[in-house]
Write a protein that binds this ligand. Structure first.
Ligand code: RB5
Length: 146
């Protein structure tokens, strides 16, 4: 079964749970590292939890949410091996897989997206990495970790 890990802070937990429900319905097995309440937590801690769980292996991708998606995506991108996209719409969600081979996707629970987040998630999971020149560029991204 395809596996996904999800994590969020207090600003993103409701959206994270909505995305989890959507992915469950699509046949994914869900690992939820929390949080599941509006009690204040620090988004770098939640990004770290989700990324470290992902790095245990077996996950297709991860989802992280905070109020804007910004803090938690910046944090996730500090973890070695993680390429976390913060898409604005369906097009960007699709491209984040096709061109950037993102292995995490971030959303903001307090953001009014122009399109349904579920449709953005769907665009991400149904897209495939385009390889070719994009592979060279993604390798260059990863080389920046050294
Ligand atoms: C928490 O209030 C908020 O700062 C956080 O959820 C996120 O939006 C940060 O980027």
């Amino acid at each position: 079964m395809k596996k996904v890990v999800l994590g969020a802070d207090h600003g993103g937990f409701e959206l994270k749970n909505r995305i989890a429900d959507y992915l469950k319905q699509k046949g994914y097995s869900i690992t939820n590292v929390g949080v599941d309440s509006s009690d204040s937590v620090d988004y770098p801690d939640m990004a770290e939890k989700a990324c470290l769980e992902f790095k245990k292996g077996g996950y297709e991708f991860g989802v992280v949410c905070c109020g804007t998606g910004i803090g938690i995506s910046i944090s996730a991108n500090k973890v070695k091996g993680i390429r976390c996209a913060l898409p604005q719409n369906i097009y960007a969600a699709k491209m984040s897989k096709e061109h950037n081979n993102a292995n995490f996707i971030a959303f903001g629970g307090r953001i009014d997206y122009p399109e349904k987040v579920e449709d953005m998630v769907d665009a991400f999971v149904t897209a495939a990495f385009a390889e070719g020149r994009h592979d060279r560029r993604v390798r260059k991204i990863m080389a920046l970790e050294q």
